[in-house]
Structure formats: C-alpha cells, structure tokens
Design a protein around this ligand. Structure first.
Ligand code: PRP
Ligand code: URA
Length: 209
C-alpha cells in the first residue's frame, strides 16, 4: 500500500502475537507495548536527516554524524498512545511531547476531543503521531488535523495495528502523512473493532475492563 510501511521484523511480530492473546496480563501487555515501541521508533525515524559536528576522539579530530534540525515532537493520542510514547522517549529522550485527548463515542465511533496541549513551535518540527490502533481512523484523522491547525507540515503516523478501512480513510484525508505499522489486519467488525485485533488497547493497557 502506498504511504504505508509494515514493520515485519521477527521480534515485532513475535511480541505482537503475545499482545493479541487474550490471556496476556495487563502488566505483560504494557511491557510488550513498550518493547515494541522501541523497535517501531527505530523504523519511523530511519530517514531523519543527519549533519556533522566536529568532535575529538581519544585519537584524532573527526566530523561525526549527528541529527540535524530541531528536536522531534511525539504526539500521543490519549490514552493508549502513551503506551507507545514511553518507549519512544527512551530512545529519543530529547523529543518534545504533544498530548491529544480523544475518545471514540461508542455509538457513532466519532472522535471526541477532551484535551490538547502541544509545543508552541510545533510548525518547525517533525511530528510523529502515535496511537496503537488505527481502526475507523476517526481519531487519527482528527488528531492530525488538530496538529496541522497548529502549523505542522511534516508528520508521520505510527501505530501497532491498522485496519484496511482505516488506512484508506486516513490516506484520503492526509495523503502527505506516511503510516508506519506493525501489522495490517483483516477488517473492522460492526462495532468498529479491528479483527483479529487485540481488543481495546486502552483497556488492556490499564486493566479498565
Ligand atoms: C482507541 C485507540 C484509538 C482509537 C482508534 O481509543 O487507542 O485512539 O480507539 O479507533 P478509531 O480509529 O476508530 O478512531 P479509545 O477511543 O478507545 O480511547 P482510549 O485510548 O482512551 O481507550
Ligand atoms: N480501538 C481499540 O482500542 N481497538 C480496536 O480494535 C479499535 C479501536
């Protein structure tokens, strides 16, 4: 699919299978999501630009590669986005963080916003929007719209599982925003859940059901 990267690394796929298992505990689910987020973060940042800086090794001066440009922004769609966020911050500790509070109305499946806070100079930075699930894509579309309204022009969307329907809707709404995901599942069911999926990511992370 155009604009979509599936991270089919064996470690990612193995950990994802354990997360899908309904018998995996809340603690196990959270730990695996954090571990996978490190591997996904590695993929989604693969094309970051580099510049050089002059350093001295114990032997000689050299021009050493270093990240170019302003610090990244990770934008977490609450709640479940925070499960990806923590591991990503382990890998890129200097990243700035935006929080987009959204929940899906269970009847309409529309995204309802309850919180938004982002760095002021977000327009000059690469923004990686994170949420484990891309189902109808209502949440992802709304979050990206909100961040674009703040002036951001360089964005990526990172998730764990995507439904084909969600990918289609998201790429239509935001064709300029590449998607990175660990898997593309079969379909949505009549309640808007990803099948086979892993259930409700937020509930499984926090043990709320
Ligand atoms: C889940 C998930 C996404 C959204 C995906 O969040 O974390 O944000 O649903 O569904 P969509 O693509 O159809 O919008 P939920 O609304 O359950 O909130 P939570 O993270 O607080 O549990
Ligand atoms: N949100 C989830 O957490 N899981 C799904 O399968 C769909 C939306």
């Amino acid at each position: 699919m155009k604009g979509v990267t599936v991270v089919n690394h064996p470690l990612v796929q193995h950990k994802l299978s354990i997360m899908r298992d309904k018998n995996t505990s809340t603690a196990g689910f959270r730990r695996l999501l954090r571990e996978i987020s490190l591997l996904l973060c590695y993929e989604v940042t693969r094309e970051l630009e580099l510049t050089t800086m002059t350093i001295e090794t114990p032997l000689i001066e050299m021009e050493a590669p270093t990240l170019a440009g302003k610090k990244l922004v990770f934008a977490s769609i609450l709640r479940a986005g925070n499960g990806l966020l923590e591991g990503m911050l382990d890998l890129v500790p200097s990243a700035r963080v935006a929080h987009v509070g959204l929940y899906r109305d269970h009847e309409t499946l529309e995204a309802v916003e309850y919180y938004f806070k982002a760095p002021e100079d977000i327009a000059d930075r690469l923004v990686i929007v994170v949420d484990p699930m891309l189902a109808t894509a209502n949440s992802a579309i709304a979050a990206v719209e909100r961040i674009k309204d703040r002036g951001a022009t360089n964005l990526r969307f990172l998730c764990l599982l995507a439904a084909p329907e969600g990918i289609e809707r998201f790429t239509k709404a935001h064709p300029d925003v590449p998607i990175v995901t660990a898997a593309i599942d079969k379909r949505l069911n009549d309640k808007g859940y990803i099948v086979p999926g892993l259930g409700d990511a937020g509930d499984r992370m926090y043990g709320t059901k």
